[in-house]
Ligand binder design. Structure first.
Ligand SMILES: NC(=O)c1ccc[n+]([C@@H]2O[C@H](COP(=O)([O-])OP(=O)(O)OC[C@H]3O[C@@H](n4cnc5c(N)ncnc54)[C@H](OP(=O)(O)O)[C@@H]3O)[C@@H](O)[C@H]2O)c1
Length: 321
């Protein structure tokens, strides 16, 4: 099968587009014929060897890419929820070996969900990793409650654009932080208020929120703690060392003492059931998927360069032939 892989870490010169063996199916696994895969900052971090969770990587050669959409080509023994020919999307599990920039991937059935009706395969591919990161951060980590005030930092990006929409769908009052170019985009996603970070920092002015979801990791627990109301939560996708320490220090008291502020780090997990809940919001028209550009697989280097700018609006996707 055709795949994008690396045999060593480095710049775009280490990317190879060529033939790799088709993955073999194990019990309870599904073989998906991939039509499109999302581009995430993780992909160029893996390529360059700067991915913070390097211990989860398989041995070289590593096929890049984490989340995908396509159709089921084969099922292994014990698969119950899916059949051949169904359109599915999902994210490879941690320690699963990545492998989405390829024509086929073998995944456990519990990471998959059916593609929402009327969603193009390129849009579906854009959902799993970014949306699950937003979903888990707001629900499992922040335990968001209707009517709360949520600030999303990095509101125009992959994770942030889903976080704004999930928070709005949960009945929160949402403030979105982005550049001037994206103010209208973030407002259209459902933000009640938009803040241009070049004009003023959300940390100034004495405002407070119940949840600060830092989708881009440009703030910190130290800078956000005083901006949280009693019981407030700072959730970050890019933890600094001090955030890790704060998450440990604030974990116990948060459980024991209501009203205590806490810090949590999101570590996204692949989960087909959560993806089904997200599918329902997409099908109901309450969440939309914005894909800024679809690249052919051969142009993956250009897609990774674009992702590295950290100024993507919504998501970038590669189409797999
Ligand atoms: N912990 C986890 O499990 C996990 C999971 C997924 C992602 N992540 C990490 O989360 C981060 C975001 O991922 P992503 O996929 O959302 O990236 P992305 O799509 O590349 O995000 C880019 C967005 O960040 C915004 N941005 C850039 N500089 C900013 C600033 N100073 N203040 C506010 N917004 C700013 C940009 O908006 P403007 O163009 O308007 O500036 C752009 O829309 C990455 O570092 C990624 O590695 C972690």
């Amino acid at each position: 099968m055709k795949a994008v892989f690396i045999r060593r870490f480095g710049g775009n010169e280490v990317l190879e587009i060529g033939e790799r063996p088709r993955p073999r199916l194990r019990p309870r696994e599904v073989l998906v014929r991939i039509r499109a895969a999302a581009v995430n900052p993780r992909d160029w971090m893996v390529r360059s060897g700067t991915y913070p969770f390097r211990f989860t990587l398989p041995r070289f050669p590593i096929v890049l890419g984490g989340d995908f959409a396509g159709e089921i080509a084969a099922i292994g023994p014990g698969v119950r929820r899916f059949g051949i020919g169904e359109d599915v999307y999902g994210m490879q599990r941690a320690f699963g070996g990545f492998g989405a920039f390829a024509q086929f991937i073998a995944v456990r059935e519990n990471v998959l969900a059916r593609i929402p009706a009327d969603l193009a395969v390129e849009q579906a591919a854009a959902v799993p990793l970014a949306a699950l990161t937003a979903w888990q951060g707001l629900h499992a980590d922040a335990r968001l409650v209707q009517g709360e005030r949520v600030l999303v930092n990095g509101a125009a990006g992959g994770v942030g654009s889903f976080a704004v929409q999930f928070a709005a769908a949960a009945g929160a009052k949402v403030s979105g932080v982005c550049s001037a170019r994206n103010l209208g985009f973030v407002r259209d996603l459902g933000a009640d208020e938009v803040i241009d970070y070049a004009r003023r920092s959300f940390t100034e002015g004495g405002r407070q929120w119940d949840v600060i979801y830092d989708a881009i990791g440009r703030a910190s627990w130290a800078s956000c703690r005083s901006l949280l109301r009693p019981g407030g939560r700072y959730i970050t996708t890019v933890p600094k060392r001090t955030d890790v320490a704060a998450s440990l220090l604030t974990a116990l008291p948060a459980a024991l003492l209501p009203g205590r502020r806490y810090c949590r780090l999101v570590l996204v997990r692949s989960d087909g059931r959560e993806l089904e809940a997200i599918s329902k919001l997409i099908e109901a028209g309450r969440v939309r998927v914005h894909v800024e550009e679809v690249f052919p697989l051969e142009s993956v280097a250009r897609a990774l360069d674009r992702s590295r700018t950290f100024h993507t609006r919504g998501k970038l996707v590669v189409r797999v032939p």
